[in-house]
Design a protein around this ligand. Structure first.
Ligand code: HOZ
Length: 429
């Protein structure tokens, strides 16, 4: 597909930014070609530099659950901007934001706002270590919890996409206390607790994995983590940066009726602005400075524009039927894609939870990173090119989830399914 404007911008960007981008997956290296440079985004559509329109399933990698440039959010941010962009001082708005989050997530009695999901997970782990006075953290293979040193071990998302699941530049000592296990494997976690239980500070988990593609938790997996942590004095941290306020009003923990010890939020709760948060029980969060000895700070933490966007987004999500609507659209897309796979005799599967999903070029089910990594990524690249040519903007990696928004319509989904069918046919090697 020819998009000379984006291509020219990309060439210019490549000389100035590593890979031409400010976050690796955006570079489209896993699928080839050049990224679409975005001019604007409205509702479920993004518009490229050449004016071409696409149905968007990236949704800014999750935040755009209401659709892009939702008028209420935009107006609130414009009003907030006229009052000042950043104060580095407390505001009533951040208190209202904290209240709104705590009201939705009963597992969080206190929270701290930060500016990105990476900061949230990194800080939550520091708190868990400070609280338990232990050092070992457990993560799952193919899970991605941001780019903090200790978490770049067998990491998903861009780290997996570009074959650097263990990043260069991370000294061995930084990851010596990170243990990794296969996702969905409770017996392995049990064995680890038996061997090193007294050293384990926390187990961090994406309650629905999104960074190795969409991989739902097996029945009992998440509850097993919480139980084992409870029994061993460790903390179960749900990284709900992707799932928070997307899978239900109270994220994956609401969907599955669970209460983790700590939670990390980002993406949707920031309404498209740089905002994230971590929190837990009062007892745990009292470890955070200035109340306790775990230090964590940030000039832009709780930024007034960001908490405004987040608050309005959470309020709009409270309209009746929002999550039912997302489920309906998700089910329609899943069913359509699954029949396109069957009709084109493509070995593949569609995995979905609510409004996040992945088409794996793997017969399925994909239950862990080992299976995800066995997917036919070459075919995914050809498929992705077909989607783009058909006007569908899809995550440019087999190891990312696609997202629906409330701005998508049945017509968008049906058109997407038609494009998917053609792209599958053309993706045959
Ligand atoms: N970590 C994000 C995907 N899971 C990518 C963010 C971005 O490139 O903007």
């Amino acid at each position: 597909m020819s998009d000379p404007q984006s291509e020219a911008l990309f060439r210019e960007a490549e000389a100035l930014l590593p890979g031409g981008v400010n976050s690796p997956v955006r570079a489209f290296r896993a699928v080839g070609g050049h990224p679409v440079f975005v001019e604007k985004a409205l509702g479920a559509r993004i518009f490229g530099a050449d004016g071409r329109e696409y149905i968007d399933y990236i949704g800014s990698w999750g935040p755009a659950i209401l659709g892009h440039a939702e008028p209420h959010v935009v107006k609130a941010v414009q009003d907030a901007a006229s009052l000042g962009l950043s104060f580095g001082a407390p505001t009533e708005r951040e208190v209202r934001f904290a209240k709104a989050v705590i009201e939705r997530y009963p597992s969080m009695e206190m929270l701290r706002c930060v500016s990105s999901g990476t900061e949230a997970t990194m800080s939550a782990l520091r708190v868990a270590r400070g609280y338990t006075k232990r050092s070992v953290i457990v993560k799952f293979d193919g899970a991605y919890h941001g780019h903090a040193d200790a978490l770049l071990v067998k990491a998903g998302s861009g780290a997996a996409t570009f074959g650097n699941p263990d990043s260069a530049g991370v000294p061995e000592g930084m990851v010596a206390t990170t243990a990794t296990l296969p996702y969905n494997d409770v017996p392995a976690l049990k064995a680890l607790f038996s061997a090193r239980g007294r050293d384990i500070a926390a187990v961090i988990v994406e309650p629905v994995a999104g960074n190795m593609g969409c991989v739902p938790p097996a029945p009992g997996f998440l509850a097993g983590i919480i139980e084992l942590c409870d029994a061993n004095g460790a903390l179960a941290i749900f990284d709900e940066v992707m799932t928070g306020s997307r899978l239900s009003r109270s994220g994956a923990q609401g969907l599955y009726g669970l209460r983790p010890h700590m939670t990390c939020l980002g993406k949707v709760v920031g309404g498209g602005m740089p905002l994230a948060a971590y929190g837990g029980s009062r007892q745990v969060m009292q470890c955070v400075a200035p109340l306790g000895a775990v230090y964590q700070a940030g000039t832009l933490s709780g930024n007034p524009l960001a908490v405004t966007a987040g608050l309005v987004t959470l309020e709009r999500l409270d309209a009746p039927g929002t999550y039912e609507r997302l489920e309906e659209l998700g089910a329609r897309l899943e069913a359509g894609m699954a029949s396109a796979l069957r009709e084109t005799a493509t070995p593949g599967c569609v995995q979905r939870v609510g409004s996040m999903l992945t088409l794996f070029f793997h017969p399925g089910p994909v239950t862990d990173f080992r299976a995800a990594a066995a997917a036919d990524t070459a075919r995914f690249s050809r498929f992705h090119a077909g989607l783009l040519a058909g006007g569908v903007y899809w995550p440019p990696s087999q190891f990312e989830a696609a997202f629906l928004s409330l701005a998508h319509t049945e017509a968008d989904v049906d058109r997407t399914i038609t494009v998917v069918r053609t792209a599958l046919e053309r993706s045959r090697g």
